[in-house]
Design a binder for this molecule. Structure first.
Ligand SMILES: [Zn+2]
Length: 182
């Protein structure tokens, strides 16, 4: 009798334990589920500061080959402690036109302005084929290492402006003195 009773009690206890365990486990599972979306959010937040903020149309609308090269370069730069930032990537024709007008005011003539800002129909930025990199140290890093991914500085007067100008691992073409209307 005693044993049977004890068994019944322990069976009841076991059931209670199992029930408690289920509650505990589901509570845990709930916590995990609630916590997990925070991870991507953190990553997304840190990504905004990097070159790979795909929510930014300046990055999202880049030519995909350029974006892939940039991603690889940024990853390598970051591993060497060099944070690489895209100051300007894809631009709409409207933005490019506005920048050109501002450059005319700044440089005093259209011909001088066009050494820095090309018209929309000639700008590699508008085609999604160019990025301006900052800060200066990161641009210098990319100037040295960028050809590993085909990335080259194009102009003497713009240390920040990079395009895909060679095959990965091949030397970059000679630099041009400045942008030019063709
Ligand atoms: Zn540029």
């Amino acid at each position: 009798m005693h044993i049977q009773y004890a068994c019944r009690v322990s069976r009841r206890l076991a059931l209670v334990c199992a029930a408690l365990l289920t509650v505990a486990v589901s509570a845990c599972a709930h916590d995990l589920t609630a916590a997990s979306p925070q991870r991507p959010r953190v990553l997304a937040a840190s990504r905004t500061a990097s070159v790979l903020d795909l929510d930014d149309p300046q990055i999202a609308r880049l030519d995909s080959a350029l974006r892939d090269a940039l991603e690889a370069a940024a990853t390598a730069a970051s591993a060497e402690g060099v944070p690489l930032v895209v100051r300007s990537g894809w631009r709409s024709a409207t933005t490019q036109e506005r920048l050109l007008k501002a450059a005319v005011v700044r440089y005093g003539s259209l011909s001088e302005a066009e050494r820095w800002v090309l018209p929309p129909d000639q700008s590699a930025h508008v085609r999604g084929g160019a990025v301006d990199i900052g800060p200066a140290g990161a641009a210098a890093w990319l100037e040295q290492a960028g050809n590993r991914w085909g990335l080259c500085r194009r102009y003497d007067n713009e240390y920040w402006h990079f395009e895909l100008l060679t095959e990965p691992g091949q030397p970059c073409p000679p630099r041009e003195p400045h942008a030019q209307v063709h």
